[in-house]
Design a protein around this ligand. Structure first.
Ligand code: SF4
Length: 329
């Protein structure tokens, strides 16, 4: 591992100031992804600013019926918090389906948003071609072993997927990411937080240099009673999604009055299926409706040599997740 400077700060303003003063620096929270990447030479920061003592670990109700998740609350504490379990079970399920208990005990909510892709060509510096790790070097995955890779929103520069489960649920719940930076506070809707790769796959998010995530705000949700997170993976624990589905329904009897449907494991960001949501909305829950939504949701998928199976897997996954969410499975 390359040597680096270390600095610990006690409040958000000081941490933002420190990151602005130290060249090539990064914030350190749980470190469950960053330290691994530093050990294998993918990330090479010159300095780390430790933010673990910042007072950002609270989970609290908001006056509008929503909930604020502190950026430094641990994933386990978030998933097991009574407010989250009662109001956002979709989020609790999604978090608990990710990583391992040990990792969830250390990983933070802010860090979960900033996870980097597990594309093997990115993770292993022995591969020369990776535009995300080394811009302009090419993409080893496009003609290589791309079984885990994206089928939506890809570019000629990168076909990586975003690895988080939590973010798929946050996209369905339309979370807002609260940021503190050198210019003050701003809020980014989750749909605009993660980027598609385009010509600059090295940038995963729309965060600006020096900005710190302080909380994730969840609006009041009508989906507590009818939601499901389905994760399909190679083994039942400690594995990333081949495909995942966050399905949430608001029902009036057996009529769907609103729906949220988001896929994970298929794009460089959580992939929301808004056209499929429109098909569901206003109609009675029936299997052929779920099938129509799934068919529409998968339109426009572009596959590569080894990941063609994801279209069928996601189609079936959408139908299953909607059935469980609606109680008609
Ligand atoms: Fe790198 Fe993206 Fe290509 Fe993977 S898919 S090798 S992360 S450029």
């Amino acid at each position: 591992m390359q040597p680096f400077k270390y600095r610990r700060e006690e409040n958000s303003a000081a941490a933002v100031a420190a990151i602005g003063q130290l060249e090539h620096s990064k914030f350190l929270a749980g470190g469950t992804n960053l330290i691994d990447l530093m050990k294998n030479g993918v990330e090479r920061p010159a300095a780390l600013v430790d933010i673990n003592r910042l007072p950002l670990a609270k989970i609290e109700a908001l006056p509008d019926g929503g909930v604020r998740l502190g950026a430094l609350a641990r994933n386990s504490d978030t998933a097991n918090h009574p407010l989250v379990r009662e109001r956002y079970p979709l989020l609790a399920y999604a978090i608990l389906s990710g990583a391992s208990p040990q990792l969830r005990n250390l990983a933070t909510n802010g860090g979960n948003l900033l996870q980097r892709t597990r594309c093997p060509y990115f993770m292993d510096t022995g591969f020369a071609q990776c535009n995300k790790r080394d811009p302009g070097s090419g993409c080893g995955a496009i003609e290589g072993f791309n079984r885990m890779h994206a089928i939506f929103g890809t570019s000629e520069q990168c076909i990586a997927t975003h690895p988080s489960d939590m973010c798929v649920a946050l996209a369905a719940l339309e979370a807002r990411i609260v940021i503190m930076g050198p210019q003050g506070e701003r809020i980014i809707p989750i749909a605009e937080f993660h980027r598609l790769p385009g010509d600059t796959p090295q940038s995963d998010t729309t965060l600006r240099p020096g900005e710190l995530i302080t909380s994730i705000d969840l609006p009041k949700s009508p989906y507590a009673r009818h939601s499901h997170y389905l994760k399909i993976r190679d083994r039942s624990s400690y594995e990333f999604a081949l495909v995942s589905v966050a399905a949430a329904l608001e029902l009036d009897g057996d009529t769907i009055t609103s729906a949220r449907l988001v896929l994970g494991g298929v794009a460089h960001k959580p992939w929301r299926l808004e056209q499929a949501e429109k098909i569901l909305t206003g109609n009675k829950m029936e299997r052929h409706l779920f099938a129509a939504a799934a068919h529409t949701g998968m339109e426009g998928a572009k596959t590569f040599r080894y990941n063609r199976y994801k279209v069928e897997m996601a189609t079936r996954g959408i139908r299953q997740a909607l059935g469980v969410a609606g109680g008609v499975a």
